[in-house]
Every structure is written in structure tokens, then in C-alpha cells.
Design a protein around this ligand. Sequence first.
Ligand code: GAR
Length: 216
Amino acid sequence: MSAKLKLGILISGRGSNLQSLIDAALDSDFPAEIVTVISNVPDAGGLKRAQQTNIPTTVINHKDFDGREPFQDALHDALTSAGVELICLAGFMRLLTDSFVNRWLDKLINIHPSILPSFKGLHTHERAIKAGVRFSGCTVHFVRPEMDDGPIIVQAAVPIHQEDTPDALAGRVLIEEHKIYPLAVKLIAEGRVSVENGAVKIKNAVNPDSAIINPS
Ligand code: GAR
């Protein structure tokens, strides 16, 4: 069997998306393995999830550094020395500047709780409900220097209900996040994903035929 793609996961919080990747990687057929989990928040809940599965963890607290560049240099060094080949941002709530993003270009992916390019930034569910759109969802994309920008790998669409609350919608979107993040990693690890003219192409992609209409 060929070597598994080495993942470094960056977190800031509870780590439910990290958990979905941990669970996927427990399957011996999954083509990627998590070699390190790094948090910028010392008491992030996700650290315990990694420790429970004996994945090495490191805290690199941005508050210990004099600015973004030295913080990012420390991240880069930790990721490099762990042998990371693909970085997965999983609820990592620090903006990364051009220097870091360009060093890891097309080796750095993020999950965001909206159908990008709509609703970049924070409070996505509240804003989607307020805007009256009929669908929200989630996106896994390659990271570019602009926030929540970059070639899209996988998206899931989630219908918004008439009486939805941001929390209820967030819960339904999160269920899909936990499916699409492992899927995106699998596609990359299988060597099926390329970026051509700023957009992702997937070898042998299977696309659904039918549309979802809301309200039905
Ligand atoms: C997830 O919903 C993720 O999509 C979002 O933060 C949450 C982290 O949850 N990320 C962003 O908003 C990044 N722009 P988790 O810690 O349970 O994975």
C-alpha cells in the first residue's frame, strides 16, 4: 500500500471537525493520517480529542508572539518538523497572512460554514437566515490570502427551514461538515484534485443529477 498523506490539523476550539477526521483516519483504508494537532488556544477542547487517540498535540499561542509573522513562523516550523504534507484548518480562528499561505499554497485547506462565496466571515447562519436565502451549507476550499477565499473542493447544501434559528441551522450544517471534510481530504490524498485556472478539477467525480427545491 502506498504511504498515507500526512495531515496537520490546526484548531482553536471544540474540534468536532477534527473528530470527524480522526474518525475517518481510524479506517485503515483511509488514505491520510493525522501526524499533529496544533492549537493556538491552550484549553481548546479539540486537544483532548487528539490526545485520546494518541495524536501528538502542540499549543502555539499567538499571544506569546510579537505579531503574526513570528507566530506563523513557529506554526510553519512545527508543521514542517512533524512532516506535514497537507494542513487542515478545522475551526482555526486566526487569519493567516500571504507569507504563510503562499508557503503552503494548495497544501492548506479550510472548512467554512456557508456556501462560499456567500457569507464569508463570522455569524454565517444568522446572516443566511436574515437574508432569506433558502439554502445554506458548508464548503471545503483551498486557502488563499483573502479570508474564506480560494478554489472550492466540496460543498454541501442544507435547506433553511421557515422557523429556523441560527443554532438549529448550525447543527444541521455541522452534520454535513463532518461528512465533507473527510471526503475532501480523501479526494486530495487519492491524488484526484488539481487546481486549474483558479478552480478545482476532480478526477472521476460523481455529480448528483437532481436538484433540491425549497420549499418542496
Ligand atoms: C465549524 O463550524 C467551522 O466550519 C467553523 O468553525 C466551526 C468549528 O467547529 N469555521 C469557521 O467559521 C472558519 N471561518 P469545530 O471546532 O467543532 O470543528
